[in-house]
Design a binder for this molecule. Structure first.
Ligand SMILES: [Zn+2]
Ligand SMILES: [Zn+2]
Length: 139
């Protein structure tokens, strides 16, 4: 994945809209408890893009969910939209909020140690108990 991709989307009520012009970095489904809580769902599937390529319109609220990670949601309807990590300069965009939700598909499942028991993952994609270990050079 190395082409520049224009991504558009928004929240349920339509008050928040966004456009990303940056090159997508990865697409993952995260099954950790924090992502379950923030989405109110079984997992959080997101495409990660450079934060500086993201343009947002509307009443997005940002919540510091853990050290260094802010979650962005519509303050009007509550839709989960973003997960931004300032130290990496990246932001995850919730796949469910995309105008074209089938434009991307996750290439890995992460934090499957927290996966909900009813969910069977049989799509053949790699699964990681926790996050994907970063190569030392990538830190
Ligand atoms: Zn909304
Ligand atoms: Zn997570």
């Amino acid at each position: 994945m190395n082409k520049q991709t224009r991504i558009t989307g928004g929240c349920l009520c339509g008050a928040c809209r966004y456009t990303s012009g940056g090159t997508p970095l990865n697409v993952r489904a995260c099954h950790c408890r924090r992502c379950q809580k923030t989405t109110g769902s079984a997992f959080y599937a997101r495409v990660m893009v450079p934060f500086d390529g993201l343009q947002v319109d509307g009443p997005v609220s940002w919540y510091e969910a853990e050290s260094g990670l802010r979650r962005g949601f519509c303050s009007q309807c509550g839709s989960t939209l973003f997960s931004a990590r300032a130290s990496a300069g990246t932001v995850g965009i919730a796949l469910g909020s995309l105008d074209e939700p089938n434009e991307f598909e996750p290439t890995e499942h992460i934090w499957t140690s927290c996966k909900q028991a009813w969910l069977s993952i049989d799509d053949g994609r790699p699964q990681y108990d926790e996050g994907i270990p970063l190569p030392v050079t990538a830190r």
